[in-house]
Design a binder for this molecule. Structure first.
Ligand code: NI
Length: 199
């Protein structure tokens, strides 16, 4: 009888833990509510940019940022999203400076500072490439609730790909989460949302 009570108690605890703790962590951030998002996405991190300078949460302050996680060997999704980001920012004309575009690598092993420098220059002159140690990148991904996982490609010259969530995050000038877009967001929609926020 004592064991039965123990087992039932454990079950109840497990169910509650799953419902209130594990479940929200696992969910993709589809909720656009500001108050919830601010608590869930973003926060302190440290990494380096493609010029070798430290890049931290402080670099997100003072203007809006668009943040995308991906990797330079990504065959199509990352380049497409980065191009849409770059074009949307250019759509803003003389207000474009108010948005900082940021590309964070989920493949720090191959995406060295030099690799990032070369890659970001293909997309936008102000695009900041961010990389770091595997630990720093793991932390960054956790802070932004971004999933990534290496997928070995044994029959390919590329060795491996990195499966990753493809959200574009919009952060405010305090470095706090405002909203996010899917990787395939239309340029017009992205531009319209940016216009709605900047002055
Ligand atoms: Ni990608």
């Amino acid at each position: 009888m004592r064991y039965l009570i123990l087992i039932i108690s454990l079950l109840i605890v497990t169910v509650f833990a799953f419902a209130f703790w594990i479940m929200p962590e696992q969910l993709e951030p589809t909720n656009h509510s500001q108050s919830q998002g601010k608590a869930l996405i973003g926060g302190d991190f440290s990494a380096i940019d493609h010029t070798g300078n430290p890049f931290t949460q402080d670099n997100l302050k003072g203007r809006y940022s668009l943040i995308y996680f991906g990797f330079t060997h990504c065959p199509d999704i990352c380049p497409t999203s980065l191009l849409v980001m770059a074009n949307s920012i250019d759509d803003l004309g003389d207000k474009a400076e108010q948005i900082l575009p940021v590309f964070i690598s989920v493949d720090p092993e191959r995406d060295t500072q030099d690799a990032m420098a070369q890659y970001v220059s293909n997309f936008h002159p102000r695009l900041v490439g961010v990389t770091g140690t595997p630990e720093q990148i793991k932390h960054l991904a956790q802070v932004y609730k971004v999933y990534f996982s290496k997928v070995e490609q044994p029959d390919s010259a590329i060795d491996y790909l990195v499966d990753h969530s493809g959200f574009i995050f919009l952060m405010n000038p305090q470095g706090e989460y405002i909203t996010h877009f899917p990787h395939n967001v239309a340029q017009q929609e992205l531009t319209a949302t940016l216009r709605g926020h900047i002055k």
